[in-house]
Design a protein around this ligand. Structure first.
Ligand code: ZN
Ligand code: ZN
Length: 387
């Protein structure tokens, strides 16, 4: 090194690091009190592809998996930053929010099997890490099954597992602080199949109490509540269900609703989802007709479940997990929710005519842009088939 080189390296007080003033955090645009509706969207075409699908289906919010949901991902598997950055930028462009990630179905945070427990905690930790990379707002998990122990032990073990999995990651500091955009963790209510924890709201509350330092909230699945015996499909039952939620977890913690009709009867404890207005929400209690749709109209427009003041929670989202039995079922279920919400139709984002995550033909899937060039006549017939 020469003398002139060393002089360049001499310390000058003006070089001293002065951090930029931290800007006051702003609430994200999707927390503006507007109605947020979305559907679980496939990542088969890459992460960014799920955003395009949600947008073409007429959504302004979405749920995805961040890896294959029925396989154990490789431990520590990360999303390449280039893909994550592309995803975050495109999501901002499309104005989609909230972004919800549903955790892998194999995770059981209450398991009695020590090997499975380590695996579950690791996999859930990795879900958090991927959620942070994608800029997700919520990570939804089913609490797990307490086979081989008591319910109280199971609840305690879920709390401990959540705390272990959240070590070393930076989550939202205060669940109720709407300016804090970092990841929050949501527990989903369950149908009560087998020894699944979480079919009673009291159980979800007990898990939240077991990990009080975590930003824990609730994802309320309408079909699961129905399966578990909450009469969410009747007017009086909805009022009772909301009162029960408020008494236990508190309505302010209910950040997301999974809006699903049910293939199985009331209180069946068997988890099968159905298209909105086509399942058991409209059967039994009301006979035939449009009573199923009425049940969802009540849910979507209930002031305590809304996204706006005074009774609602800003940014609360309604997300579908309905089946796609035929091309267009996804788009039609999204449209049905927008039609049931009491807002001017103009607020609903435009869906792309004919778009579906289940393509009509192989040719259509390889050239989706063809759908945009449909004639007015075919557009009209597509609209007529929405019913
Ligand atoms: Zn779920
Ligand atoms: Zn669900």
């Amino acid at each position: 090194m020469t003398a002139s080189d060393t002089s360049i390296l001499l310390f000058d007080s003006s070089d001293e690091y002065r951090p930029e003033p931290v800007p006051e955090p702003q609430a994200p645009v999707w927390r503006d009190g507007s109605v947020r509706i979305g559907i679980h969207t496939s990542i088969a075409g890459g992460f960014a592809g799920s955003l395009e699908s949600a947008s073409k289906l007429g959504c302004n919010a979405l749920q995805i998996f961040s890896a294959s949901p029925r396989m154990w991902p490789r431990v520590g598997a990360r999303i390449a930053e280039i893909d994550a950055a592309e995803f975050r930028a495109r999501r901002a462009e499309l104005g989609l929010g909230p972004l919800v990630i549903h955790a892998n179905y194999l995770i059981n945070l209450a398991t009695s099997d020590p090997v499975m427990r380590v695996r579950s905690i690791q996999a859930y930790h990795d879900e958090i890490v991927r959620g942070l990379a994608l800029g997700a707002d919520y990570l939804v998990v089913h609490p797990g099954s307490y086979a081989g122990k008591t319910l109280a032990q199971g609840i305690g073990d879920v709390g401990t597992a959540l705390r272990q999995a959240a070590r070393g990651v930076r989550l939202c500091a205060e669940f109720g602080d709407l300016r804090d955009c970092r990841l929050r963790l949501l527990l989903e209510n369950t149908s009560g199949m087998g020894m699944a924890i979480g079919s009673r709201f009291e159980e979800l509350k007990a898990i939240m109490d077991a990990a009080p330092e975590l930003p824990l909230g609730i994802c309320l699945d309408t079909a699961h509540a129905f399966h578990a015996g909450y009469e969410i499909h009747t007017e009086a039952g909805l009022a009772q269900t909301i009162a029960a939620l408020d008494r236990t977890v508190g309505l302010a913690r209910v950040a997301v609703l999974h809006v699903n009709d049910s293939k199985t009867p009331f209180a069946s404890r068997v988890d099968r989802h159905e298209h909105i207005g086509r399942g058991h929400f409209g059967k039994g209690h009301f006979g035939k007709g449009k009573s199923g749709l009425e049940a969802f109209r009540r849910i979507l427009n209930h002031p305590s479940l809304s996204a706006s003041a005074p009774g609602g929670r800003a940014g609360r989202a309604f997300l579908l997990e309905t089946p796609i039995d035929a091309p267009g079922d996804d788009r039609r279920n999204v449209r049905r929710l927008w039609d049931l919400v009491d807002i001017p139709v103009k607020q609903a984002p435009r869906a792309q005519n004919g778009f579906s995550m289940m393509p009509r033909t192989r040719r259509a899937s390889s050239a989706p842009q063809r759908n945009e060039k449909r004639t007015n006549a075919s557009r009209k017939s597509a609209r007529a088939s929405k019913g």
